[in-house]
Design a protein around this ligand. Sequence first.
Ligand code: IMP
Ligand code: MG
Length: 195
Amino acid sequence: MAEPRAARKKSKQGREERVRVLITGDRIQKRIRALATEIRKDFPEERLHLVSVLKGGVFFLTDLARSIPGEVSFDFIAVASYGQNTHSSGQVRLTRDLDSSIEGQTVIVVEDILDTGMTLQYLLRLFHQRKPKHLRVAVLLDKVGRRLAPVHADYVGFTIPNEFVVGYGLDYSERYRNLPYVGVLTLRSGEKVRK
Ligand code: IMP
Ligand code: MG
């Protein structure tokens, strides 16, 4: 499928934003199929319970779930960060809990991006207390250079540079999530985009 090389848009504030394609939709789909095979190989017999973090991880979860052969179930959790510079201060709070218990289950946490690692660190601590049989982490994107918390992802789609990205679930003020590709968002003013 032909994809636009870049998209331009004016935000409500009138600033011009530009999205440069970093990873095409085709590459994303191919990589997810490979990850699905790898995950199933590691757990050939078990039911896999995928737990995704709303909202950014949703497309990754739905594509991954459909690519994993055998028994798969899934659930969702949502978190919010509070205070200023929230991610680096690690103030994460649960806003929506899982529907069902994960005790004794083989759980794969499915996240859009691993950045500072504060969100996943919080979630992994929480899930660990609930005694799953196995607890693994799958992230589509890994910004290795930004890590503050020592979080390790077992399955990584792509390692990316320290740039603000949108698309395929990732947003900038709730926009751009629906792009089928991942792109780098820049402001024409040259101002750095922050989450
Ligand atoms: P962490 O707690 O710093 O690892 O941040 C994880 C969350 O921050 C992700 O689930 C995203 O919602 C958000 N995030 C981090 N980097 C980006 C980005 O480049 N674009 C959009 N959202 C991001
Ligand atoms: Mg997110």
